[in-house]
Design a protein around this ligand. Sequence first.
Ligand code: C2E
Ligand code: MG
Ligand code: MG
Ligand code: MG
Length: 283
Amino acid sequence: AVKDQGRNGYSFFHSDMEESSLERILMENELRKAIELEQFHLDYQPKMDLSTGRLIGMEALVRWDHPELGRIAPNKFIPVAEDTGMIIPLGEWVLRRGCEQAIEWQQQGYSQLKLSVNLSVRQFYQPNLLDKIKEILKDTGLRPQWLELEVTESVFAVLDDAAAILQEMRDLGIHISVDDFGTGYSSFSYIKHLPIDTLKIDASFIRDIHQNKESQAIVKAILSIAQTLNLNVIAEGVETSEQLTILSEDGCSQGQGFLFSQPLSSQDFEQYLKNSFQFALHR
Ligand code: C2E
Ligand code: MG
Ligand code: MG
Ligand code: MG
């Protein structure tokens, strides 16, 4: 049930990634080794409730620290992992590691945090994706209501049965969030029947929301549609208090971005948890 693979570019390099084929082969080899050697770790970026200022969860973001090349950005290696199919084992590792970590924090008493994990479109081609997710939840003991999967709009353009698969995930109790919302398929009407819980407004609309009337209008339109459809909304890439003020005024209830925190290593996130918990006690 794969539609138009390639024509709209999902299986190929993005145009800003026109690397030489040698570089490409090197990257593939290094990535293959990195997966075997588990050269990855996860950072976690806080997600905030804007009305209470409270932490509601964290997005797991994969990090690759190559022993010689240093840190390689996900925007560079995720597309290669997608093209080569390596995103399947990598994505599985990310989900397992994230769930293990979430359970660890729950056991430390931080029991109300939702873990968000990004899922590539390519992972939906995997026939046993649902079984894998169930297996990981069972192995780690994370209850599905504490897991949110972030998918991009492209999943609905590329896969006929995306909605059915996402519905099955939701039936398990997992939350579904549409990442980078507003940049992809772009017809708002299509979300009406989709099995989703949250719209994650793309950072590009937040970036200039305080200067650009069009961006603010788009954000308002997303908020209004979300309200009508009873969907949750989170703004990504919130960097300034100016942006936060507008978002709050416009009724956006959740946010994520450098204003609150950069993505943090698990150690730093744990410290962040301790600090915000103490802060809450003394309030
Ligand atoms: P995304 O899922 O939309 O994640 C948001 C990206 O924006 C992250 O970049 C995050 O570090 C960055 N970010 C967060 N707040 C701000 C901000 O206030 N300002 C700015 N300028 N940036 C902010 P990162 O970690 O480099 O990831 C880039 C993309 O790579 C992600 O976009 C996601 O599509 C993909 N990715 C990352 N980790 C994974 C993963 O484990 N699996 C999959 N399939 N994709 C991943
Ligand atoms: Mg995301
Ligand atoms: Mg995003
Ligand atoms: Mg993005």
